[in-house]
Write a protein that binds this ligand. Structure first.
Ligand code: ACO
Length: 319
């Protein structure tokens, strides 16, 4: 499987650390060394559906394919103001595609899970080209009175078109629900004549940052090693190790342990913050636009998120 097109759409409002310190007891001096984040884009009057659709249209155009060439649309989204219909319904309408569409919630690892589903459709002969869109507005899960979580996140949508090249995509997926309490976000549903929901839990995202950090470093290193072994590849065969942009220190810790140079571990968290599952397609699109991808480059993609789910995959840059 190879990537043949990319696109992205970001909210227009840029929020610096100094802006956050106007209403939170925080500072640029605290945030930058602990996270690597300087600014993030935050949704104001845009809708996430529109950002997702714009990223999708750009990826489709970039791929050179027509709407009728897309066999399946997958959208990774943790939550938005629409519970149903799915975000992918808005994407189908905007792109003019007529194929089936489906949303998945693989938390911040959603892009890896979407790639795996696309690969399975290709292997079974049910799809040749799949449009994957990851659209997230994590800033709306946060309690903006809590500095521990709200400084970490940003919003955005990234998209890729992947195409079958006859080669299997090496992938490793792991889930360990014994750690499902490290990231939670619970909303209240409606009351019914049979249950009063008014006392059920309705709370902003709860994040145990230190636990996530520790789990992420361990799981990412394990998955990276496993997927390279599965593929029969060594670090020298991988052009870029592209890791979920949750914290620059997590990426740095893994890079240091692997003894590889900065240029193999690109990051963009400094100006995006953590955009959940959108972080990898956003990074891929940004690097493509900078001319840093070349035909045949192998990209090792790795992500972790609420669940606790993790995964790694190796895809080729096919443009
Ligand atoms: N500004 C100023 N001070 C702060 C802030 C802030 N924004 N947040 C916390 N502090 C304070 C704490 O209150 C604490 O103060 P105390 O020592 O007086 O008690 C102190 O800073 C240290 O807090 P720690 O939580 O110990 O800081 P740590 O060095 O562990 O860094 C961080 C916290 C950045 C959250 C780190 O643990 C981390 O990045 N974890 C991973 C988070 C993550 O990846 N989350 C998302 C994963 S899943 C997904 O992508 C959706």
């Amino acid at each position: 499987m190879k990537i043949i097109g990319t696109g992205s759409a970001m909210p227009k409002h840029t929020v610096s650390n100094a802006m956050l310190s106007e209403f939170l007891d925080t500072s640029d001096e605290w945030i930058v060394p602990r996270t690597g984040i300087h600014t993030r884009q935050i949704i104001t009057d845009e809708t996430l559906q529109k950002l997702a659709a714009t990223a999708a249209c750009k990826a489709l155009e970039d791929s050179g394919l027509k709407a009728e060439d897309i066999d399946f649309i997958l959208c990774s989204n943790v939550a938005s103001n629409y519970v149903t219909p799915a975000m992918s319904a808005f994407i189908q309408e905007a792109t003019g595609c007529t194929c089936p569409f489906l949303d998945i919630n693989g938390a911040c690892a959603g892009f890896i899970y979407a790639l795996d589903i696309a690969d399975a459709y290709m292997k079974s002969g049910r799809a040749k080209n799949v449009l994957i869109v990851c659209a997230e507005e994590v800033t709306k899960f946060c309690n903006w009175k809590q500095r521990e979580t709200s400084v970490l996140f940003g919003d955005g949508a990234g998209a890729v078109v992947v195409s079958c090249d006859g080669e299997d995509m090496p992938v490793v997926l792991t889930g360990d629900a014994s750690h499902r309490d490290v990231i939670t976000y619970r909303r209240r549903l409606e009351s019914t004549p049979f249950e009063d929901a008014s006392t059920s839990i309705d709370e902003a995202m709860i994040l145990k940052g230190r636990d996530v950090f520790r789990l992420a470093v361990t799981a990412s290193q394990r998955d990276i090693k496993a997927v390279m072994e599965k593929a029969g590849l060594e670090a020298k065969d991988i052009r870029y190790f592209m890791l979920h942009q949750a914290n620059k220190r997590i990426v740095a810790a893994i890079q240091e342990n692997m003894g590889l140079p900065d240029e193999n571990f690109p990051t963009n968290i400094d100006h995006t913050g953590n955009t959940s599952s959108a972080s990898l397609p956003l990074l891929i699109d940004e690097m493509a636009r900078q001319g840093r991808m070349h035909q045949g480059d192998r990209l090792l993609l790795n992500a972790f998120g609420a669940g606790f789910v993790t995964g790694a995959a190796i895809v080729k840059w096919g443009k």
